[in-house]
Design a protein around this ligand. Structure first.
Ligand code: NAD
Ligand code: IPM
Ligand code: MN
Length: 365
């Protein structure tokens, strides 16, 4: 079958790491499964070219595809724009909302071959770690109604509302327990129920959903404690169920435990078959990290998060599990052979470029 992939590379390192992921996918293309890449502008580069961060044509390309492979958007070049027009808020968040991509899976895995890149002590890392951060993605303070009240001098104020509806918590909680059933059967639900009413509600609803999964152990943890526990005792975690903003923060923290933000891939999924073509599951796949303006244009960005995002696309949207595993094994094998981009090694003399890392992976596919 020929699969259509909308390719939205975005800004700064976005196109550099996207190139790597497309090389990997192209290498996996064969007579049985081939990939059509449909490139479209998004983010700051789309603003520069068309005046809009999410042009209608880009949305059309995305709607017509089996899945979206996304790079990342935003950066200093567009920070002078009014907040609502900046690339992050005017392209990525609307895309997530448009396709109802409420579930963001961020697998934080310490490969045993990469243990020395983790800042944690060897006795804490043990034989490696495998944590699934499951982040709710279309609710919370990200999508509450923001307000700005100008013109009252010292009383001027800005506010964002943290809001969750019951069904939004229920559907992500079900997914957390179902995911845990295929793993170590432990869910940590993260909240701030000691202070925030929306989080008291989150805890209440998660507890109710948990009754349907008596075989899964549920722990509640306050987000401040969770931030500390991730470093103190990361192996306690299996599935970490997070509201949108806490999941954003904890996933960056978890990524550094695995060695670098440049390793953390993600899959954003919605209701089964709502946008899916040919009975497949639509999704958007992107690195958890950003556009890394500080290293853009130097050819040194780590392409692995983007490459592993492509693997997740094959797994969850195209149901090509064998090919997803081939990518993951090629990444592990390249790492085991000592391939390190600059973010993964203290010894910069040993660091290889984005293109070299990509070749190390492609040749092992
Ligand atoms: P960032 O993740 O872009 O960078 C943080 C640090 O991590 C930097 O030092 C960067 O060099 C490093 N880093 C990130 N990815 C890397 C990679 N693949 N290889 C090597 N090093 C890497 O976070 P930031 O600096 O806070 O944000 C920069 C811009 O990216 C902002 O405009 C932000 O809003 C945007 N952003 C976009 C997305 C997205 O589109 N999905 C996600 C996060 C941040
Ligand atoms: C992420 C990013 C985005 C988020 C920003 C760029 C809107 O940080 O995907 O983690 O906060 O969700
Ligand atoms: Mn983030």
């Amino acid at each position: 079958m020929k699969y259509d992939i909308a390719v939205l590379a975005g800004d700064y390192i976005g196109p550099e790491v996207m190139k790597a992921a497309l090389e990997v996918l192209a290498k996996l293309s064969d007579e049985k499964d081939s990939f059509g890449f449909h490139e479209a502008l998004v983010g700051g580069s789309a603003i520069d070219a068309t005046g809009k961060a999410l042009p209608a044509e880009t949305l059309k390309t995305a709607e017509g595809a089996h899945a979206i492979l996304f790079g990342s958007v935003g950066g200093p070049k567009w920070e002078h724009l009014p907040p609502a027009e900046q690339p992050e808020r005017a392209s990525l968040l609307p895309l997530r909302k448009h396709f109802s991509l409420y579930a963001n899976l961020r697998p934080a895995i310490i490969y045993k071959e990469l243990k020395e890149a983790s800042p944690l002590r060897a006795d804490i890392v043990g034989d490696g770690l495998d944590i699934l951060i499951l982040r709710e993605l279309t609710g919370d303070v990200y999508f509450g109604e923001p307000k700005l009240r100008r013109g009252e001098g010292a009383n001027e104020e800005a506010l964002d509302t943290m809001i969750y509806k019951r069904y939004e918590i229920e559907r992500i909680a079900h997914l957390a327990f179902q995911s845990a059933r295929l793993r170590r059967k432990i869910v940590h639900s993260i909240d701030k129920a000691n202070v925030l009413t929306s989080m008291v509600f989150w805890r209440e609803v998660v507890t109710q959903v948990a009754k349907e999964y008596p075989d899964v152990t549920l722990h509640h943890q306050y987000v401040d404690n969770a931030a500390m526990q991730l470093i103190r005792w990361p192996s306690q975690f299996d599935v970490v169920l997070c509201p949108n903003m806490f999941g954003d923060i904890l996933s960056d923290e978890a990524s550094q435990i695995t060695g670098s933000i440049g390793m953390l891939a993600s899959a954003s999924l919605g209701e089964q078959n709502k946008w899916g073509r040919d009975g497949l599951q639509f999704g958007l796949y992107e690195p958890a990290g950003g556009t890394a303006p500080d290293i853009a244009g130097k050819g040194i960005a780590n392409p692995i998060a983007q490459i592993l995002s492509a693997a997740l696309l094959l797994r969850y949207s195209l149901k090509l599990e064998d090919k997803a595993v081939r990518i993951e094994n090629a990444v592990k094998s390249a790492i085991a052979a000592g391939a390190r981009t600059r973010d993964l090694t203290a010894d910069s003399a040993k660091a290889i470029s984005t293109a070299e890392m990509t070749q190390e992976i492609v040749k092992r596919l």
